[in-house]
Write a protein that binds this ligand. Structure first.
Ligand code: GYE
Length: 306
């Protein structure tokens, strides 16, 4: 017998559910943990998983989705690299009668009948948490606090939302100033490169806000190479809470991390079964997450799974 998960669906007992998943890429520690979670939970659910890696390019993701439509998979799931430009391909899936589930990142399509649900974090809230830490940290500061920002992939939901949530909160203190902001594409290499340029162009940088741990880790290399102490000379805030980020926080090199949970696989497989069983599921499923100071990172490190 197949697993209980597969037999709950409307599929004939001897046919495995075929799930086509179009992943963003392999740009960060978060992404690797997310991919592993999806692959492992698909295996546990007894699904036949077709998996593709778009190397952070929307055109590759669209190609992958079209090939899943052609192969007549049972369900398509994907994590949209950017927010806009999905209506056409989503309509093609709808016309083919194949349900679509969004995971991790949102689309800006106005027609919400183009997908069944969106499972993932509240990125605006993550940006707000990052901003709130900074506001609290500098509540007594009288002079200007110069902030540089390393943005995620241009046009992606986490880059847009982490920026706007952060801005919302820090504007309450006019001393907090973003003096430079550029994309580091969520990678370590780009984070290092852009931080190098920030350091060359600006005399006084007090704070780095990186939209993910990997860019912060790349930036730390640039800061150290410039003879400065990360976490001391430049305060660092990032998002994710992957193992290497938590490690850097436990050493005091990152001061504050907002958690973003990559382990979306189990929720996705449950949603796939529910959709195939004809159940109504909520259009938005939000994942729960916390934050880490250096002390909390030190305590969490031994048990960090990803
Ligand atoms: O924060 C970053 C990854 O979409 C939430 O993508 C995800 C982001 C994550 O590359 O590390």
């Amino acid at each position: 017998a197949e697993s209980a998960a597969a037999s709950e669906s409307s599929q004939p007992a001897d046919k495995k559910v075929v799930l086509g998943f179009a992943q963003v890429g392999a740009e960060s520690g978060w992404r690797s943990a997310n991919t592993k979670s999806i692959q492992e939970s698909a295996a546990t659910a007894g699904f036949d998983l077709k998996f593709s890696d778009a190397q952070q390019k929307q055109e590759n993701q669209i190609k992958a989705i079209r090939s899943y439509i052609q192969q007549k998979v049972d369900v398509i799931a994907f994590s949209p690299v950017v927010e806009s430009g999905w209506d056409t391909v989503l309509k093609e899936a709808k016309e083919a009668g194949i349900p679509v589930i969004l995971t991790d990142r949102a689309v800006d399509s106005e027609d919400t009948s183009l997908y069944k649900t969106f499972i993932g974090s509240d990125f605006v809230e993550e940006g707000r948490k990052a901003g709130q830490w900074l506001v609290d940290q500098y509540k007594d500061a009288s002079g200007e606090v110069n902030i540089v920002e390393l943005q995620g992939t241009t046009g992606s939901a986490p880059a847009n939302d982490r920026k706007s949530g952060f801005l919302d909160v820090i504007t309450s203190n006019p001393n907090l100033k973003i003096i430079a902001s550029q994309t580091g594409d969520f990678t370590r290499a780009k984070g290092k490169e852009v931080m190098q340029a920030f350091l060359q162009a600006n005399k006084k940088i007090d704070v780095l806000y990186a939209h993910n741990d990997d860019m912060a880790l790349g930036a730390i290399q640039a800061i150290e190479a410039a003879g400065l102490k990360p976490g001391v000379d430049i305060k660092i805030i990032s998002v994710d809470g992957v193992h290497d980020g938590i490690q850097a926080a436990s050493e005091g090199k990152i001061n504050f991390i907002v958690e973003c949970n990559p382990l979306l696989g189990p929720q996705l497989m449950t949603a796939v079964n529910d959709v195939l069983a004809g159940k109504d599921i909520p259009l938005r499923i939000v994942t729960e997450e916390g934050t880490f100071t250096s002390e909390q990172a030190l305590a969490a490190l031994p048990n960090r799974q990803y």
